[in-house]
Design a protein. Structure first.
Length: 335
């Protein structure tokens, strides 16, 4: 609904700017019947809003991995909801998640390449390499480091080294080629065209005030998507740390959909307010604002530790903090 209202209000203005560009007129005149009212707010930055952001390669890699995680999570919950995965068999759930993430490497590479091409990036080799390696490599390094603590304690819950080798083999033999194939097809496709022309000289941005500053806007907007999932997060943590059977996949699917819709709507609104304040650096702000709920997820994990968990050794505390930070980081990239 929010997107529909904004698109209906933008359509006439975008058409007028394109007509004025074709006629070589200024943005405020030309005798056009739609230009009687002087432009203000976001209309003043229409020639800068599609300017590429800083570090476009990093943003495109994060967006590609976020799309891959998004597809993997949605399909895993959908399969569990339809009864293809048994709630009592955790091994099957983990196996399906790894396989789906591997297969959706094609989606991640394609999204990353399309976004990077839209940003007019030219380091396409780095994009091909970083998309399937950067985030998964970081996750695997953290997982391997935490598993060393379990090995040092001599626990039977440690992941065997041969299992890690199998995961690495699946990663390089399936996920990386699929990601490269998706990136190649993404770069071969035509680049997305902006609806208005970008000016050569960047417009000066006025200083941000109040809630439009980066940190306040992230904290304000991030609490809303978290509010859609915090009740279900309690049961998920109970299932992970108390070995309880989780069977409410229907409610989890509903919460997942509500979280997606809430994050999308509030991000559209905060970007609209940002453009009304004549700040056209919206790409990184929208990405970080939508993912800011990950900070609340990590804070909730700390609260859950204080209220519900009692560890007998410092190793268990390190594992809990490490896995909580890892889950929160992946949630940031996903959302």
């Amino acid at each position: 609904m929010v997107s529909t209202i904004l698109l209906r209000s933008l359509r006439k203005d975008i058409a007028r700017y394109n007509r004025l560009d074709q006629l070589g007129l200024d943005d405020f005149g030309g005798g056009d019947e739609d230009s009687v009212q002087e432009d203000s707010g976001w209309k003043l930055v229409h020639g800068d809003v599609f300017r590429p952001p800083k570090n476009p390669l990093l943003l495109s890699v994060l967006l590609g991995n976020g799309a891959q995680l998004f597809m993997m999570t949605g399909f895993t919950i959908a399969f569990a909801l339809l009864g293809f995965l048994s709630p009592s068999n955790r091994g099957s759930l983990g196996t399906v998640m790894i396989l789906l993430y591997t297969l959706f490497g094609f989606i991640g590479g394609h999204v990353s390449a399309r976004v990077y091409k839209a940003f007019h990036g030219d380091a396409w080799k780095q994009n091909f390499a970083y998309t399937p390696i950067a985030i998964p490599g970081l996750v695997f390094a953290v997982f391997f480091l935490l598993n060393l603590f379990v090995w040092a304690r001599g626990s039977s819950g440690a992941v065997p080294f041969t299992t890690m080798l199998v995961i690495v083999a699946i990663w390089f033999l399936i996920s990386v080629p699929l990601s490269v194939a998706g990136s190649w097809l993404g770069f071969r496709a035509a680049a997305p065209t902006a609806p208005v022309r970008t000016k050569q000289i960047p417009r000066q941005i006025p200083p941000a005030r109040g809630y439009l500053r980066p940190l306040p806007s992230m904290l304000l907007v991030g609490v809303l998507p978290f509010g859609a999932i915090f009740v279900e997060l309690y049961f998920v943590l109970n299932s992970i740390w108390f070995s309880r059977v989780y069977y409410m996949f229907g409610f989890l699917f509903l919460c997942y959909g509500l979280m997606i819709c809430t994050a999308a709507c509030v991000t559209v609104l905060i970007v609209y307010f940002l453009l009304c304040a004549e700040n056209y650096h919206w790409q990184w702000r929208s990405f970080c604002t939508a993912g800011a709920s990950a900070a609340y997820v990590f804070a909730y994990c700390l609260l859950y530790w204080v209220r519900a968990l009692r560890f007998g050794s410092w190793t268990a505390g390190v594992l809990y903090l490490g896995y909580s930070a890892l889950i929160s980081g992946l949630f940031f990239v996903l959302s």
